[in-house]
Design a protein around this ligand. Structure first.
Ligand SMILES: Nc1ccn([C@@H]2O[C@H](COP(=O)(O)O)[C@@H](O)[C@H]2O)c(=O)n1
Ligand SMILES: C[C@@]1(CO)OP(=O)(O)OP(=O)(O)OC[C@H]1O
Length: 162
């Protein structure tokens, strides 16, 4: 049986931080603020995967009150989420995500993000899609105050294979 999950996250853009999305460091005048590396795309992806498996959310598994997660790479946490799904007998079927950012332009970095996610989850590149959109200068993303991301994931029980 196929199972679907969704994820959504927002982080504030501030000066003096790196901008890391999908595990890729993107040259920009600002970066995202968070307890972790604030990779808003991977946070949405992980919530979609945990949601599909009915395993709650990233805040439950990796609380921001825990010093172990200060500045942690969200790719490492994505690997942890994959292990949690493996333990429950699930495998990732496909992922589709959208980065909502007025700037910078994400298109040149999308392939590297897909590759990072594919490698971390151990699934083919073709099963991962990442998109970007502006909000036409409207709202907090349009004013460049933050970046949002949303994701949808489908997973399968390993016993359902073939
Ligand atoms: N931060 C972004 C936003 C958008 N893109 C690419 O531009 C296309 C058009 O965006 P609109 O918001 O005007 O619809 C979009 O489909 C993306 O390919 C981007 O690279 N980075
Ligand atoms: C992964 C965590 C760990 O602190 O990252 P944060 O940078 O705090 O990001 P947020 O999306 O606010 O909450 C998720 C947290 O669990």
């Amino acid at each position: 049986m196929i199972r679907v999950g969704s994820g959504f996250d927002v982080h504030q853009l501030v000066e003096g931080k790196k901008l890391i999305l999908g595990g890729v460091e993107i040259p920009f005048e600002k970066g995202l603020l968070g307890h972790s590396d604030a990779d808003v795309l991977l946070h949405a992806v992980k919530d979609a995967l945990l949601g599909a498996a009915a395993l709650g959310d990233i805040g439950r598994h990796f609380p921001d009150s825990d010093e172990r997660y200060r500045g942690i790479s969200s790719l490492k946490l994505l690997r942890e989420v994959k292990i949690k799904l493996d333990e429950k007998g699930f495998r990732v079927n496909n992922l589709d995500a959208t980065i909502i950012a007025q700037a910078p332009r994400m298109a040149p970095f999308i392939e590297a993000m897909r590759e990072n996610i594919a490698q971390t989850l151990g699934i083919p590149l073709e099963d991962i899609n990442i998109k970007a959109t502006t909000t036409e200068k409207l709202g907090f993303t349009g004013r460049g105050e933050g970046i949002a991301a949303q994701a949808v994931a489908t997973i399968l029980s390993i016993s359902d294979r073939d």
